[in-house]
Design a protein. Structure first.
Length: 547
């Protein structure tokens, strides 16, 4: 009887603590999807109010931070419709009425542009929403706007800066004055950090989700290539591009991944998704139910990777120190951490030019395929050569050419050495990547040591997963100490690292092992809770609930 009485008491206590009031609703810089859903369900606010508030927050910081290129002129109308559906008890899906910002290379057929940050695509229209955008809408999400990015996802110039695009201006992050936001999903990272939307969507070819997420003190999931469709996403490379969430918590990111993942007839790579028996994806949100997921997990540190990166640039020593210091927490959570699970062919990886060759070859072919699908194409561009011509001659001022050069394209289009991905010369180069990221790198280390995941400081992690299309998740780990020197980017116009600049810890795994990585990352996040300990220098003041 006592046990039963206790149970009733516990249930009542639980009810009391989840009772949402104006005074306990968190500020939007901290609010999770579960918080916002509870606020919508309890009638504390509706989606129209939420959208208006996020638009106000964007307006407050965007003149300085340029995180958002365009707001969706239809956002309030969409929210109105979703509020009406909710009032009738109809929910489209788990993201019903939740505002999301998506990177400006993910096409939508609406009043917004999809430009990859270039004026060459201003006014261009895709034949339909990209697959991931249509999945977001089907889940009930409100596409609030387009997040700024490093132009062409950082595949144009050897003399540009992270987060700069002609169409969107220069994105800055908010943890130190004039902070380099990293890239190329720069606006998505900054917007997630400041709560300019509930969650954000980015894309990655090599580092473009992981890196801005880690420099903005937020979570990024870089899915396996093929888990999320690239249909009508302005491409770099079919072999390496992937679409994934940037969010303030692992669970929020999991909600977004759940909504966008899945097979698409218009991206053949998605046919590789191993559907659990009856065609069902893993439950990424449920992977966040186990705070003890680290217990018994085998995690490996490829120490030679850390040594290599520090040799190259020892200014990241504080990131390594924090990484090694957190192993105590990981081990006390029950994980087995193995040092020296080295990547056997790291030297060859560091010297390899294979990745660049693959990306350039893919870009020629994949960009032409994207442009060929446009139903409106104001500048009549159908090839990389056309885009390069526009950038260099039709619009050099807007595109800041020649200061921001087109070296990457010039190499791709070089008649002697460049080729597209139908050329047989790509075969051995792809094979080299498969080995360097596979047996000679990430997959070899996972298998030789029987590991669940490789862990690394997030700044060192992307390249190994990128070249084989493997997944990774970054979680906030810490920030540079108050006495850290200020180190500028190579153009000298943004702070790369310095006091308070955040960094993350990355979990890397086998293809389609997202559920496991999410579980580990979530457990790590719950044991460490770093995000709330690092403050931005600027906080938007508009709130949906004023206590
Ligand atoms: C694109 O941007 C232009 C210029 O800002 C604007 O006039 C237009 O309405 C936007 N949307 C589309 C779909 O072209
Ligand atoms: C795939 O592309 C075709 C046009 O080629 C389009 O009609 C179809 O709706 C697309 N499928 C999906 C799932 O978007
Ligand atoms: C792994 O790399 C570290 C750092 O380079 C080195 O000290 C260690 O000897 C290596 N261990 C193995 C087993 O290769
Ligand atoms: C990096 O190396 C330089 C030169 O060896 C040294 O003076 C400096 O203290 C090192 N910095 C860190 C953070 O270890
Ligand atoms: C990988 O490393 C091993 C051991 O150093 C070496 O024998 C082999 O040639 C390397 N393979 C490639 C493809 O570089
Ligand atoms: C590149 O290869 C050379 C010679 O094979 C080697 O000395 C060097 O250490 C390698 N570079 C890196 C960064 O590992
Ligand atoms: C790729 O290269 C082949 C051979 O040079 C050429 O026929 C084809 O048109 C090229 N395709 C694209 C999209 O550039
Ligand atoms: C694009 O092509 C159309 C149809 O041929 C033409 O009217 C228009 O002037 C062209 N635009 C540009 C910018 O070349
Ligand atoms: C790179 O950009 C800087 C800063 O704007 C400029 O001074 C420099 O001339 C540019 N370099 C090249 C090679 O274009
Ligand atoms: C929504 C918004 O503020 N857009 C701005 C993005 O940056 C460009 C270029 O700096 C501005 O012209 C837009 O107004």
């Amino acid at each position: 009887m006592i046990a039963l009485w206790k149970l009733v008491f516990v249930l009542q206590a639980a009810l009391v603590t989840t009772q949402l009031t104006a005074s306990n609703f968190p500020p939007l810089i901290d609010a999770t999807i579960d918080d916002i859903k509870a606020g919508l369900e309890s009638g504390l606010f509706n989606s129209v109010a939420l959208v208006r508030t996020y638009l106000d927050r964007i307006a407050e910081v965007n003149p300085v931070l340029r995180a958002v290129t365009e707001a969706n002129p239809d956002a309030v109308d969409i929210a109105t419709a979703l509020d009406a559906e909710r009032a009738e008890g109809k929910l489209r899906g788990p993201l019903h009425g939740i505002p999301i910002l998506i990177k400006n290379n993910i096409a939508t057929l609406d009043k917004m542009n999809t430009t990859a940050g270039s004026f060459v695509l201003l006014g261009a229209l895709p034949p339909r929403d990209s697959f991931v955008a249509s999945r977001l809408r089907a889940a009930g999400a409100i596409i609030l706007g387009k997040a700024n990015l490093s132009q062409w996802a950082n595949f144009r110039s050897s003399n540009s800066s992270n987060g700069w695009s002609a169409h969107g201006g220069q994105v800055k992050a908010a943890y130190i004055q004039d902070q380099d936001p990293s890239g190329s999903s720069s606006g998505s990272g900054v917007a997630a950090a400041l709560g300019l939307a509930a969650v954000c969507l980015g894309t990655e070819t090599d580092g473009s989700i992981l890196s801005p997420a880690h420099r903005n003190n937020v979570v990024g999931i870089k899915p396996t290539v093929g888990l999320t469709s690239r249909d009508l996403v302005i491409p770099i490379s079919e072999h390496q591009d992937t679409v994934g969430p940037i969010a303030r918590t692992v669970k929020d990111a999991a909600y977004v991944l759940q909504a966008i993942a899945g097979m698409d007839e218009n991206d053949s790579y998605t046919s590789a998704i191993p559907m659990d028996g009856v065609g069902v994806l893993p439950d990424y949100v449920a992977a966040c139910n186990n705070e003890e997921a680290l217990r018994g997990a085998r995690l490996g540190i490829p120490s030679n990777v850390i040594e290599l990166f520090l040799q190259f640039d020892n200014s990241s020593q504080p990131e390594v120190d924090a990484f090694l210091a957190v192993m105590g927490i990981i081990e006390s959570a029950g994980a087995v951490v193995l040092q020296n699970t080295n990547f056997t062919n790291l030297t060859e990886w560091a010297n390899s030019t294979a990745e660049g060759t693959v990306l350039r070859a893919d870009f020629i072919t994949n960009l032409a395929a994207y442009l060929g699908q446009l139903t409106t194409n104001p500048n009549n561009v159908t090839s990389l050569a056309d885009v390069a011509r526009f950038t260099k001659t039709a619009s050099p001022d807007l595109e800041e050419f020649p200061d921001r050069n087109t070296e990457t394209w010039d190499m791709a289009l070089d008649p002697e050495t460049g080729f597209n991905n139908t050329d047989p010369r790509i075969v051995p180069v792809l094979e080299e990547n498969r080995f360097l990221g596979g047996e000679g790198g990430l997959l070899g280390a996972l298998d030789r040591h029987g590991l669940d995941a490789i862990i690394l400081p997030s700044g060192f992690a992307p390249g190994f997963a990128a070249i084989i299309g493997a997944p990774a998740v970054t979680v906030p780990l810490g920030s540079y100490p108050a006495d850290a020197p200020v180190i500028m980017n190579f153009r000298g116009d943004l702070v790369d690292t310095g006091p308070n600049v955040p960094f993350g810890l990355a979990f890397l795994g086998r293809h389609f092992d997202e559920a496991k990585l999410i579980g580990l990352a979530h457990a790590f996040e719950q044991k460490t809770k770093v995000r709330g300990t690092i403050q931005t220098i600027m906080v938007p003041s508009a709130e949906v609930v004023v206590a």
